[in-house]
Design a protein around this ligand. Sequence first.
Ligand code: PEP
Ligand code: MG
Length: 872
Amino acid sequence: MTKKYTYLFREGNEHMRELLGGKGANLAEMSNLGMPVPYGFTITTEACTQYYEDNETINDEIKAQIFEYLDMLEKQSGKKLGDTKNPLLVSVRSGARASMPGMMDTILNLGMNDTVVETVAKLTDNPRFAYDSYRRFVQMYSDVVMGLNKSRFEKIIDDVKAKRGIESDLDLTADDMKELVVRFKDFYKDQLNADFPQDPKDQLMGAIEAVFRSWNNERAIYYRRMNNIPSSWGTAVNVQMMVFGNMGNDCGTGVAFTRNPSTGEKKLYGEFLMNAQGEDVVAGIRTPQTIDHLKEVAPQAYDKFLEICDTLEKHYRNMQDMEFTIEKGQLFMLQTRNGKRTAQAALKIATDMVDEGAITTDEALMMVEPQQLDSLLHPMFDPEALKSATPITTGLPASPGAGSGEIVFSAEEAKQANDEGRKVILVRLETSPEDIEGMSASEAILTVRGGMTSHAAVVARGMGACCVAGCSDIDMHEDEGYFVVNGQRFNRGDIISVDGSTGKVYGQAIKSVPAAITGNFERFMKWADERRTLQVRTNADTPRDAKQAYEFGAQGIGLTRTEHMFFEGDRIKAMREMIVSKTTEQRRAALAKIEPMQRQDFEGLYEAMQGQPVTIRYLDPPLHEFLPKTDEEVAELAKEMKMPKEELDAVIANLHEFNPMLGHRGVRLAITFPEIAEMQTLAVITAAINVQNRHPDWHIEPEIMIPLVGSVHELKFVKNIVSKTADKLIKDSNVDMKYHVGTMIEIPRAALLADEIAQEAEFFSFGTNDLTQMTFGFSRDDAGSFLSDYYDDNIFDSDPFAHLDTKGVGKLIKMAAEGGRKTRPDIKLGICGEHGGDPASIDFCQQVGLNYVSCSPYRVPIARLAAAQAAI
Ligand code: PEP
Ligand code: MG
């Protein structure tokens, strides 16, 4: 049987997102709900994947179905593509399974050619409109299908305007539009050595193919990687009869949300432009009017729209983001989808809708993207500091947050500065989707043009970046590297601050304060905690981090990297002394310096966690991270250790490893130098006893974790040292204290032989950073330099160090969990690699039945929500 690659809108429904994409499925659903949706059909995502399988060609079977459906569309609409009496014009728009706003391509007014434009002019009695539509089509087609940059066309428009002495596009006459069409087509011919295609069917196939191709454009690939969307999904294509918002003053187009996407307030929120076409609103080129004005301009359409908004929100049980067009006073719906929103808005909408009785708490929990909470966990401007600061200007509060940094004017500059560790604010006349990487590299984005629904705003909200848009007071001189606002000049590199919650911009750095979980946020997180079965712990190396994590709801520490306490100041010296010691005596002397520091830190950790479990991982320093690097550092250390510098140079040369990540680290260190494990046990157990004595009502059971184990014999050897030391300390202290020794599973061999290892290990914690490194065989430190080619070529969809490779690494985890449980049914299982804070990976942890995930403090709330979603 032949596969069905095309669906009329009336044949689909909202549950067919995988096949029809989000836009297609929702257009189908709205059609079936009896809403005014222009006729159309959807070409499936499977057609897109088939296109790539067929080496980027649309095969005959798919082509035949497209033409068959075009035929049906022509019958439905009573119009015909290319007809000289009643021509059909269509839009060709992308629509993937997950919404990717602005990332892929759209073509409007397809079907226009030299004869159709005349017919349209006659039929509408509006030659200006007809030629405007044609010139837009030439421009979009040339850009999207043929790759001619749209700015070259804008230049031609500027030329014509200059010649005519006018400033606004609206002042261009029918003759001007006609001239533009001629000049655009000449430019096309000049650049491509071919005439602009006149056959609408050729145009259609070109456009469909371009949309398929746009699935793999640079920004779409980047967006997918950021949002963990597989490249295998492909995009659907929607071919839809055009309705026109640019036919006159009783026409218009707009976008609206059923609730405020920035604050969550329950009030219709949106923008529109009269006598304009869809792209004009979202592209941010003309500043639109707010939706409530529509009441005065087009009252009937407005009433109808209100009614539809209400129906759609109830139907989808979620806040909707809609596009509409009004043609000669009549309303048409072009799109609806669950609206992107800020984290603040997401929480307000979720809790409000529960209170309204519109959704269940489970639905509310599923409505908020865990990753989004991140933006609520970061500092906001200090209200006190704000009082004394005067804003230089105010724009639209497009995406909340607070950012201070140096002014940059391009995405490239932002990326470069970010790589160099500088904080920047990206200031742009308007942003385009190509800026996405630069936006994510900035503390905040500030734009001169564009409204709340401009690309800059939508994308910033999506990624939780602070953004102020439409700051029209700014007189921009991007090319010269400065802007002027209210008489004050700001140059590239000057520091400004941007408050995305109020829209205010300040000409100075402003102090910020930490966030707190209160109000809706707190209430929502309670629901999450009630629902989840996975525990959430934190990876914390210092008492300060541990306190922060505790405030964010951590239920213990899953990993303390004890070597991380020694990265700084005097402490690194003690650590270096220990590493370069030539004799046991030297080493014991260095360890004696380290021990009190460790004990003090451990006490701080136990105090911060208030009796909750604390897992302390024994030293695992890849040597290259700790050895002195410069000559001065070596000289200083030699002096400290009272040895000639040459001798120390020789020791260091001796310690050089070709592959430090696979070198003398983890358990291997403790095997060579058992005194290290002795010292650490002394520090852990003494700290635990001290804190237990201070807080008799807490119940402290130290968890000691041995890293990088690959064989049960390694673990047994070190466990022996630990037990001897710990048992004696506990006995001498007269405190009744239990402790547990476990291991990390981070070497594939440990996963393979987990049943054996569980004979000695009381708990496993999956160290998926190393496990990923060693399963793939590529270095954590070096993979970044070549993985980007893997994404570009669609070999990998995302970074396996960020999102767990559930197929390969996951198989090892599953196997190890089963092996461990076979030997020790009550073995405690957790994960402490970076993946422990990644929502998709957490879902996998739930499936495998781990007891807890452990992640960095700022990801704890994210993990709490992700764990609840995994349990629903
Ligand atoms: C791991 O390997 O996943 C881990 C948590 O340990 P580290 O990152 O310190 O190697
Ligand atoms: Mg590790």
